[in-house]
Write a protein that binds this ligand. Structure first.
Ligand SMILES: [Zn+2]
Ligand SMILES: [Zn+2]
Length: 447
């Protein structure tokens, strides 16, 4: 069975386990102030509702609860909202111990989210789960095969000579990430991991040029990844095919899609309903690392589609050096964009229609090919063997002249309003490797 076929059978992600109200903040001083704010708010509210309570009694209650929090005792509201069987292991991390594998949860804003269960599966059929999670006193420990559990292009191909291989990575994420005084410069190689165990790379390829824009743009498949020489499949930009535990509907803060090696989470593009983090210009604007800090989540990064540094621009926190030995040699400061000129990628796909795809639907998509852009002005013969738009695979592909028509199934949990790339492949007896073409930002999914 081909890899693509196997991946078609993967299940949909698990849902959120519960919604809390009050964030359990790791830093003690923040815990006190946040808890106090919450309590004062409740008390103020209560004063209007329960007029028989005297102000003196309220003051005693408030003082009692401040004391309870300050001495490290469980803050009542937070304890009540957390599912009983979750045990805190440090910072925003919790575990549910089960007879089988432990299940790890991150407190993401107000939700306790099971980030990894969906990805702890053996989709490459080698009897080993692609992602395995454990922890020790200081770190969440991710063992990963670095193997994509979503459809990919057929590698090697005309856009990339490498093969995707299975690896045995161990990554350590600090349970209590802390901001550093200096930004640590990003090394080459893995800089973080998506929640499916596939690694993030910085925006540069070997040679140090921007891999996503300008003449140095490289060929990524429509899930935003490609393998390097050793076969490590990696993302240079917001990976639109990684399943997060709750779909990104662009109506709220985007879910966590992965982590930088300093332990801070990386979220999708949205900060709030219809508002991308990269468009914020207030105090909450993203810094040079692509991060910002709020009361609900503390410091966190956002992926910025189409905008350098795309995933993260540096480590704002203290990275665990065990994750990438290249970090020990790295200096300080954020990376800088060096894109120049026009892309050299073959732009055979001139247009994809419609540009908006309806979530949870089956749609006919028309792809216009421009033979003048092909090598020697000749397009491969026959119909494409594969058509993919973001995570959506096509069935029933037809071609008539320079027009390809493909039926696309848009899943019900597709992220809303994020740019999706389209790629097509031609395989044939006369072609040694699949000939591949792509169009960036071809479509987006709407409700
Ligand atoms: Zn790369
Ligand atoms: Zn944010």
């Amino acid at each position: 069975m081909s890899k693509k076929m196997m991946l078609r059978n993967t299940m949909s992600p698990t849902s959120i386990v519960s919604i809390g109200v009050h964030p359990l903040l790791s830093h003690k001083r923040r815990t006190i102030s946040a808890a106090l704010e919450q309590r004062l708010f409740c008390m103020t509210d209560a004063r209007f509702r329960l007029k028989s309570f005297s102000k003196a009694w309220l003051l005693v209650r408030v003082l009692f609860e401040i004391l309870l929090c300050a001495t490290g005792g469980a803050c009542m509201l937070a304890a009540e909202e957390k599912p009983e069987d979750l045990e805190g292991i440090g910072g925003r991390w919790f575990v549910r111990k089960t007879a089988d594998k432990p299940v790890y949860f991150l407190l993401d804003g107000e939700r306790y989210v099971d980030l990894f269960s969906y990805h702890m599966r053996d989709s490459n059929r080698d009897a080993i789960d692609e992602v395995r999670i454990s922890h020790d006193q200081h770190s969440l420990i991710i063992r990963s095969q670095g193997y994509p559990n979503h459809p990919t292009a057929d590698f090697p191909n005309s856009g990339n000579p490498n093969t995707i291989r299975i690896h045995d990575f161990t990554f350590y994420l600090p349970l209590l990430p802390r901001k550093a005084e200096h930004i640590t410069r990003l090394p080459m190689g893995p800089i973080g991991t998506a929640i499916n165990g596939v690694v993030f790379f910085n925006p540069f390829e070997q040679g140090g040029m921007n891999a996503l824009e300008g003449y140095s743009e490289v060929w990524l498949d429509s899930c935003c990844g490609h393998p390097e020489m050793r076969g490590v499949y990696h993302y240079h930009k917001y990976p639109t095919c990684v399943k997060s535990p709750f779909p990104d509907d662009s109506n709220q803060h985007s879910p966590v899609i992965g982590f930088a090696f300093d332990g801070f989470p990386v979220h999708g593009p949205y900060e709030a309903k219809g508002r991308r983090a990269m468009d914020i210009e207030s105090d909450l604007a993203l810094d040079a690392c692509n991060g910002h800090e709020d009361r609900e989540r503390g410091y966190h990064y956002h992926a910025t589609p189409g905008k350098f540094p795309y995933i993260i621009g540096g480590y704002a926190g203290v990275p665990d050096m065990r994750n990438n030995r290249g970090m020990t040699r790295m200096g300080y400061g954020p990376i800088r964009d060096n894109a120049e000129g026009a892309s050299q990628l073959i732009a055979v796909i001139s247009r994809v229609e419609p540009v908006t795809l309806k979530r949870n639907s089956r749609q006919l998509v028309t792809i216009h090919l421009d033979p003048e852009k092909a090598k020697r002005g000749v397009l491969p013969a026959g119909k494409p063997s594969w058509v993919q738009i973001g995570p959506c695979e096509a069935s029933e592909i037809e071609r008539s002249g320079n027009i390809v028509k493909a039926t696309i199934d848009v899943p019900s949990d597709a992220s809303i309003d994020v740019p999706l790339d389209c790629h097509i492949e031609f395989t044939g007896q006369s072609i040694a490797r699949p000939e591949v073409f792509k169009k960036n930002n071809a479509c987006r999914v709407v409700e």
